[in-house]
Each structure stands twice: as structure tokens, then as C-alpha cells.
Design a protein around this ligand. Structure first.
Ligand SMILES: Cc1ncc(COP(=O)(O)O)c(C=O)c1O
Length: 374
């Protein structure tokens, strides 16, 4: 069945076609570096052909991917380089699921999974996160959702859109569940690296042969335009099946994406970039937190990781507010919670750097909230 558009992407497409807003309260990635930051480390004689080294992707990049995920003991053949986390997820859904299978996911969560499951004829089973408990996910609720038809659990950790972390003990419980039932446990870790409330949780690929980590350089490093991501799995058939499907879409990796990502993930550069992104991210999150506290009609759980969170509105429909905010005199973008099935919420993001004009945007949001009829 044809893949249909989901609400989140539809909102982006629709609003991108309109007059560009002045301000953005919604970016999920750290301030993007410039090409000049990498030029000194790039070889001007680099051939712009395929790397010629492996259909899994540049071997040095695959080793860097393992190092940053704290899985240095794995073979680089446990990694497939992909066109972002989005492609890694897509390849997994298409190769590991069939019509009639059930796939469990968290709600709110990343809408890609529901969309592809529908096109395959798989059934999506949503396990609600608990807003009162700061959007936590109960592993027992995931266990209770398993049936003989369950083939996969798909989660985001840190969670998009709430920024909630699944702690290590719960990840271990989920890994044990996957082992016990023989179910794939795919954890999209694209927001890893900017943890505010504790250490980075372990990558799921290290906890069970059924665990598959997906990720990229898009968020904590702000390099989404490189379209460079990965999947990591100890089970060789998974990587091979994904490589075979990838040959039918992007075929091989984009060589500049691979080279620049490899430079960005070198340990000293990575440490410096993360320190920088953490300092800027924490400072902007502090400002956002103060803003939410001062707004009587807004409430949220400050994200435990990453640059986005979900705020509840008091008596206001999120999409009506987001659409009005896009119009003059406000001209400010934010994503309505309806993109995640949460109509009484809005997504607040602090990424993107100064070009987003976040503080100006927050001032305009405040003005609209105050003008909003009861
Ligand atoms: C949870 C999640 N997964 C995947 C993606 C896509 O990321 P990438 O640029 O790595 O393809 C996003 C982007 O917003 C995301 O939020």
C-alpha cells in the first residue's frame, strides 16, 4: 500500500510553502556548524566516487559510530551507514515487518513508525507515556501489550517529542523482554548526546542481539544536511538485509556526508562539539523553562535530554494556536501537539542557534497567549 503523509510532515510541508516566519520556536538540533569548520581536515584530492571500501559504509566512520555509542568492542560490520536515522528506521521496518505483524511503540512518539507500519499492513499498538509522571514509559505496560503477533518494539530514547529518557534499568528490562519473546527492539537514539538529567543511557544494541540502535549526526551535532546516520546490530542478518534494501533506494552513501561525519565524530572534535552544544542547549532550555513557568496557560516537564519538549495548554487547542501564531503580526513557527496525537499541547524547541530568533518568538507567543479568548 502507498505510504501516506503523516500529520507532522504535512504541517511542515504546508507551512514551508507559506511566507517564511520571522521566528522559530521548534528546532530540535544544535546550532549547525559551517563547511569551513571541516575544510582543513578534508582532502581536496578526494575522489567523489563511491568510497570503494564497503557497501556498509566507510569503515573508519563505522568505527567512530561504535565509539560514540560506547560499543568499541563491536566489529564495524555491526554498523550500516544510512541516509540519516530516517532511512535506517525505514529499512528496518520494511525488512523486519510483514502484513499482519504487530509493532509496539510509545505514544507520543515518532510518527514515522505508524506510517510505514500502515503501508506494510502491520498493526501499530501504542503504549501511552504517562504525562503526570513526566512522560515516563512503563516497561510493564510494554510487556502487557505483547501478543503472539508482536514482531517489533520501536521506541525513541530520548523521546521525541517529550525529551524523556528511558533509564538504564528499564532499558535492561525491555531488552530482557525482547530476548524472552524473540522480538526486535529498535531504539531510535537520534537525540542522544545532550542529556541534562544524568548520563547517556546505554545503546540498546549492546544489551541484546535483538536490540537495534538507529542514530545520526543530525541532532546533537547539528549536521542534518549531511544525511548521514546508521544502524547498529549484533545480528549480522539484520545489517545485510538492510544493506540489500538500501541498494534499491540511496544505493551507496554520500561520500562527503561520510567524510565530514567521520571528522565530526573524531574523539576530540566530538567532545568539543558536545561541550559547546550542551552549554548553549542548557542556557536556552533555562530560558524556555523560565518562560513556561511565567505563562499561566502553559505547563511542561522540562526535557531530560535533547532540545525539545511538549507543553500542555490550558483550555487552548494546540493547532489553532500554532496556526494563528504563524500569521501576522506574530509570524512565529512552532509545531502543534496534534502532529503527535496530542491536541492540547505544543512542541517547544530551543535548537537551531540565534537564526531562530527564539526570544523574539517567545515574546510573540506570550502576546498571543495573553490575547487568546478564554
Ligand atoms: C525521533 C527521530 N528520528 C529520526 C529523525 C530523522 O533524523 P535524521 O536526520 O537522522 O534522518 C528525527 C528528526 O527529527 C527524529 O526526531
Amino acid at each position: 500500500m502507498k505510504v501516506t503523509i503523516h500529520k507532522l510532515f504535512e504541517y511542515f510541508v504546508e507551512t514551508a510553502a507559506a511566507e517564511p516566519p520571522d521566528c522559530f520556536i521548534g528546532f530540535s538540533f544544535a546550532r549547525p556548524p559551517r563547511l569551513k569548520n571541516f575544510l582543513a581536515d578534508l582532502d581536496p584530492e578526494l575522489s567523489l566516487d563511491w568510497s570503494g571500501k564497503s557497501f556498509l559504509g566507510l569503515p573508519t566512520l563505522r568505527q567512530r559510530v561504535l565509539d560514540q555509542a560506547n560499543l568499541p568492542q563491536f566489529s564495524p560490520d555491526a554498523v550500516l551507514i544510512t541516509a540519516g536515522t530516517a532511512e535506517a528506521n525505514y529499512l528496518l521496518f520494511r525488512q523486519l515487518l510483514q502484513a499482519g505483524d504487530e509493532i509496539i511503540t510509545d505514544q507520543p512518539g515518532w510518527p514515522q513508525v505508524g506510517n510505514i507500519a500502515k503501508s506494510i499492513g502491520a498493526r501499530l499498538v501504542e503504549v501511552p507515556r504517562d504525562e503526570v509522571q513526566g512522560w515516563s514509559l512503563d516497561p510493564d505496560a510494554v510487556a502487557a501489550a505483547i501478543t503472539p503477533a508482536t514482531r517489533m518494539i520501536f521506541l525513541t530514547n530520548p523521546n521525541n517529542p517529550t525529551g524523556r529518557l528511558i533509564p538504564e534499568s528499564d532499558l535492561r528490562a525491555l531488552a530482557a523482554l525482547a530476548d524472552h519473546h524473540g522480538i526486535w527492539l529498535v531504539v531510535d537514539e537520534v537525540y542522544a548526546g545532550l542529556e541534562w538529567a544524568g548520563p547517556r543511557p546505554p545503546s540498546i544494541a549492546g544489551l541484546t542481539p535483538f536490540g537495534i540502535t538507529t542514530g545520526s549526526v543530525s541532532k546533537a551535532l547539528g549536521l542534518q544536511g549531511l544525511r548521514t546516520g546508521w544502524m547498529i546490530c549484533q545480528t549480522p542478518g539484520v545489517i545485510r538485509d538492510a544493506m540489500i534494501l538500501r541498494e534499491n533506494s540511496s544505493e551507496i552513501m554520500n561520500i562527503l556526508g561520510e567524510r565530514i561525519a567521520e571528522i565530526a565524530l573524531r574523539p576530540d572534535r566530538l567532545a568539543e562539539a558536545l561541550t559547546w552544544a550542551r552549554d548553549e542547549g542548557r542556557a536556552t532550555l533555562d530560558r524556555m523553562d523560565a518562560f513556561v513557568s511565567a505563562e499561566p496557560r502553559l505547563d511542561w516537564h522540562r526535557p531530560e535530554a535533547g532540545l525539545i519538549g511538549l507543553a500542555r495548554l490550558d483550555g487552548i487547542d494546540g493547532e489553532s494556536l500554532a496556526r494563528r501564531l504563524l500569521e501576522p503580526p506574530y509570524r512565529t513557527f512552532l509545531l502543534p501537539g496534534s502532529a503527535y496525537g496530542c491536541p492540547s499541547h505544543i512542541r517547544l524547541g530551543v535548537g537551531g542557534g540565534p537564526e531562530t530568533r527564539l526570544d523574539e518568538g517567545l515574546g510573540r507567543l506570550s502576546a498571543l497567549l495573553r490575547a487568546w479568548p478564554d
